[in-house]
Design a protein around this ligand. Structure first.
Ligand SMILES: Cc1ncc(COP(=O)(O)O)c(C=O)c1O
Length: 384
């Protein structure tokens, strides 16, 4: 059988990884400033994480959600404490799209309405409702287009107020920092206004923290930079450090009913062990403090590069914008300098999503590599 060919692949085969490094079959080391798409939070193959998962699989890896699973309770308590969202309720699933799908469904149950407001350039996943609220026609099949969605510009409170006044909206879904879209973000004033308008119109506010959550922004959740209180928070990527797990945090004002959500694999023993270990490492190794320290260092370094047009993002969810398409530059970084970076809808932007354990020396290595690439000098020449 052949693979269903949907990914354009770089010709690199990682066989081993440790902390911020990935190694191919020839032993070549790569600096991972992409974190496998913002997934690696506590570093590849962290020894505590490996130990916890190994220990768990030897006891029990999976049983259905029809029986007690104390690991889910332990995970919920730890997550509540570390994120300072102790009042919320946790439902566990397997991915970011699934988290958003469940959040939207819950909002629709809660309000009895169906329309969703999302934002231009948003990305929320590939499943039915999640992709419908994703602003990219190319990945929406006719089946997905049956959902009722309005896309509004970021930071336009008036447009939001007018749309909500139609009284047919169940949810507003928003990324605190856009990931795939290219690191744009709403202002604090806008987020506060969104919260106020949702409350006034009895509409569920969903914060998609799938990429920005788990400390990546420099706070546990990126919405916490704006002092708002969402109705539902969705999480995935960094939650399992590569083990597939996602979840929704549901405000206590939303009440559960048997059967309204469900999953076979979500919240299984092995996934919970992985997610508990991630939280323990984030806390014990003070990784959020590290995010803030390294982020400030990155900004400092990036500011001194005249080739960089704009530095975007927060914490270790960062973007460097140039005045040319960066596809070739990213190829050079991978094949010549052995550094992984990410791309986005903005073709001129390099995305930096390293493990939260990254150190100054790795940032130095990235900037040294960047300035040694010839095409950067050409970009300065062009601008003169
Ligand atoms: C903000 C955001 N939401 C949702 C998703 C979808 O997550 P998954 O690929 O785990 O379904 C992504 C993935 O990139 C994302 O960045």
């Amino acid at each position: 059988m052949k693979l269903f060919d949907v990914y354009p692949l770089y010709n690199i085969t990682p066989v081993k990884a440790q902390d911020v490094f990935v190694y191919d079959e020839n032993g070549q080391e790569y600096l991972d400033l992409y974190g496998g798409h913002g997934v690696i939070s506590i570093g590849h193959t962290h020894p505590k994480y490996v130990e916890k998962i190994t220990d768990q699989i030897q006891k029990i890896g999976f049983y259905s959600n029809a029986v007690q699973n104390p690991l889910q309770v332990e995970l919920a308590e730890k997550l509540g404490k570390l994120s300072v969202c102790e009042d919320y309720q946790l439902f566990l699933c397997n991915s970011g799209a699934e988290a958003n799908e469940n959040a939207l469904k819950l909002a629709s149950f809660e309000t009895g309405k169906a329309k969703v407001i999302a934002f231009e350039n948003a990305f929320h996943g590939r499943t039915s409702a999640a992709v419908a609220v994703t602003d990219n026609e190319k990945i929406n099949a006719p089946l997905n287009c049956q959902h009722s969605v309005s896309f509004l510009p970021l930071n336009d409170s008036e447009a939001l107020e007018n749309e909500l006044a139609k009284n047919d909206v169940c949810a507003v879904i928003i990324e605190p920092i856009q990931g795939v879209g290219g690191l744009d973000q709403g202002t604090t004033e806008f987020f506060k206004e969104v919260e106020k308008l949702c409350r006034k119109n009895k509409v569920i506010l969903i914060l998609d923290e799938v990429q920005s959550g788990y400390g990546r922004s420099g706070k546990f959740f990126a919405f916490q930079h704006h002092q708002i209180e969402p109705d539902i928070i969705t999480v995935a990527k960094g939650m399992g450090n590569g083990f597939p797990i996602g979840g929704i945090l549901v405000h206590p004002r939303i009440k559960s009913k048997y059967g309204m959500l469900g999953t076979t694999f979500g919240g299984n023993h092995l996934a919970c062990a992985a997610a508990i270990s991630v939280l323990e490492v984030i806390e014990n190794e003070k990784l959020i403090a590290n995010v803030n320290e390294i982020s400030a260092y990155f900004f400092e370094k990036a500011k001194s590069l005249p080739q960089v047009k704009k530095i975007k993002g927060r914490g270790l969810m960062l973007g460097l914008e140039f005045d040319f398409d960066v596809a070739e530059l990213r190829k050079k970084l991978i094949y010549e300098k052995h550094i992984f970076t990410g791309g986005s809808n903005n073709k001129n932007l390099i995305r930096i999503l390293p493990p939260l354990t990254v150190k100054k020396e790795h940032i130095d290595r990235f900037f040294e590599a960047l300035v040694s690439i010839e095409m950067l000098d050409m970009s300065i020449e062009k601008r003169k």
